[in-house]
Design a protein around this ligand. Structure first.
Ligand code: FAD
Length: 308
C-alpha cells in the first residue's frame, strides 16, 4: 500500500517537510479535525466544552526534541501557566509532557528538575502530570525519570506502549511504585526486533497488559488508564474489570480529541471515567503524521481541505 503506516512515519522524520508543510493552509485546515486550534486558549475553551459532557481534558503542547535550554524553559513556563489557568478557571484539566520537550536529549539533569517542578505545580494546583512515552530509544530514561518524580509526587503517570516486547516486564517492575499507567498501543516506527510489526499481535499484547494492570488495580497497586480508540478492545477491558470487581474510576479510558467523540460520550453516559487529550501549538507536523499513520484514511481530510 503506497500510503501505509510506514510511509507517514517516514515523512514524520523529514525536517524539510516539518519546516514547510506547517505553512500550507489546506493542511492546517485538515489538522482541525484533531485539534481545536493552535492557541492554548483554544484548548482551554475546548476543555470547558468537554466538561459539559462530563469529560476531563489532558493538555499537551506540540513540539518534541527541542535543541536548546531556553526552549525547554519556555515549555516548562508554558505549562506553569496552563496549570494556573486550570486552577483559575476551575477546569478538570491535567497536563502531559514529552521528556524531550523538557530537554532530555540535551541536559538530562535539567529535564529531571523541570519535570519535578511541573509535578510540584500539578500538586499545588490540584492537577496531575503525565509523562508521554516517545520512541524506544527513550524508554529506559523515561522510566527512571518517572520513578524518581513519582517517589516525590504521587500524582504523576506514565505512558507505556503495548507494541514493545519489553513492556510486560517494565509494567511488572513498575508495580512496586503503585504506578498510574496510561497503556497505549504505540505510535512510532520501531524495528521488528523491538516491537510487534503486526497489529494483531499488538492488540493481543494490549489486552494481556490490561489484564495484568486490572489485577493490580484490584489489589490497589496500580491505577490503569486505557488510552485507545479500539472500541471492541475497550469493551473487553470493561467486561474484564467488572469480572475482577474493579469499578469505573479505579480505571479510566482516555482518547484523543476529535477521534471517536460519540464513543467517548457513550462511555461517559455509561458511567465510565473518560478523559480527552487535546494537542495544540504550531509544531504539529510530526504529531499529525502519526495520526495519519494510525489511520491512512485520514488523508481524505487533507484532500478535502485542499479542495476547499
Ligand atoms: C490518550 C492517549 C495518549 C497517547 N499517548 C501516547 C504516548 O505517550 N506514546 C505513544 O507512543 N502513543 C501514544 N498514543 C497513541 C497510541 O499509541 C496509538 O498510536 C493511537 O491511540 C492509535 O491506536 P488505537 O489504540 O486507537 O488503536 P487502533 O487499533 O489503531 O485504532 C482503533 C480504531 O480507532 C480509530 N482511530 C485510531 N486512530 C485514529 C486516528 N488517528 N484517526 C481516526 N481514527 C482513528 C479507528 O477507527 C480505528 O479503527 C496515545 C493515545 C491516546 C488515546
Amino acid at each position: 500500500m503506497p500510503f501505509g503506516r510506514g510511509f507517514f512515519l517516514a515523512l514524520a522524520k523529514s525536517s524539510y517537510l516539518n519546516d514547510h508543510v506547517t505553512k500550507w493552509g489546506f493542511v492546517r485546515r485538515a489538522t482541525r479535525r484533531f485539534m481545536p486550534g493552535e492557541a492554548p486558549e483554544d484548548a482551554l475553551n475546548a476543555c470547558a466544552e468537554l466538561a459539559k459532557s462530563g469529560r476531563g481534558t489532558i493538555f499537551t503542547k506540540l513540539g518534541e526534541a527541542i535543541t536548546s535550554r531556553d526552549e525547554a524553559t519556555v515549555v516548562r513556563d508554558h505549562y506553569f501557566w496552563i496549570f494556573d489557568q486550570i486552577k483559575a478557571k476551575g477546569l478538570p484539566g491535567h497536563v502531559s509532557v514529552k521528556p524531550t520537550q523538557l530537554g532530555l536529549d540535551i541536559e538530562p539533569g535539567m529535564c529531571q528538575n523541570y519535570t519535578e517542578e511541573l509535578a510540584a505545580k500539578a500538586q499545588s494546583t490540584g492537577s496531575f502530570l503525565w509523562i508521554d512515552m516517545e520512541d524506544s530509544s527513550y524508554v529506559d530514561r523515561t522510566l527512571s525519570l518517572y520513578r524518581s518524580v513519582k517517589a516525590k509526587y504521587p500524582d504523576t503517570g506514565i505512558a507505556m506502549q503495548a507494541y514493545l516486547f519489553r513492556t510486560p516486564k517494565d509494567v511488572q517492575d513498575l508495580l512496586t511504585v503503585k504506578p498510574v499507567i496510561r497503556l497505549v498501543k504505540g505510535a512510532y516506527a520501531e524495528p521488528p526486533h523491538i516491537a510487534f510489526p503486526r497489529k494483531a499481535d499488538t492488540d493481543r499484547a494490549y489486552y494481556e497488559l490490561a489484564d495484568t494492570m486490572l489485577k493490580a488495580a484490584a489489589s490497589g497497586t496500580c491505577l490503569p488508564i486505557f488510552g485507545t480508540h479500539d472500541v471492541a478492545l475497550v469493551g473487553r477491558i470493561i467486561a474484564r474489570a467488572k469480572a475482577l470487581g474493579v469499578a469505573p474510576g479505579k480505571y479510566e479510558v482516555h482518547m484523543l480529541y476529535g477521534i471517536k467523540d460519540g464513543e467517548q460520550k457513550r462511555l461517559r453516559a455509561d458511567n465510565q471515567v473518560v478523559k480527552t487529550l487535546i494537542s495544540y501549538g504550531s509544531s504539529w507536523f510530526k504529531w499529525y503524521m502519526r495520526r495519519l499513520a494510525e489511520r491512512p484514511a485520514n488523508v481524505g481530510f487533507v484532500i478535502r481541505s485542499m479542495l476547499g
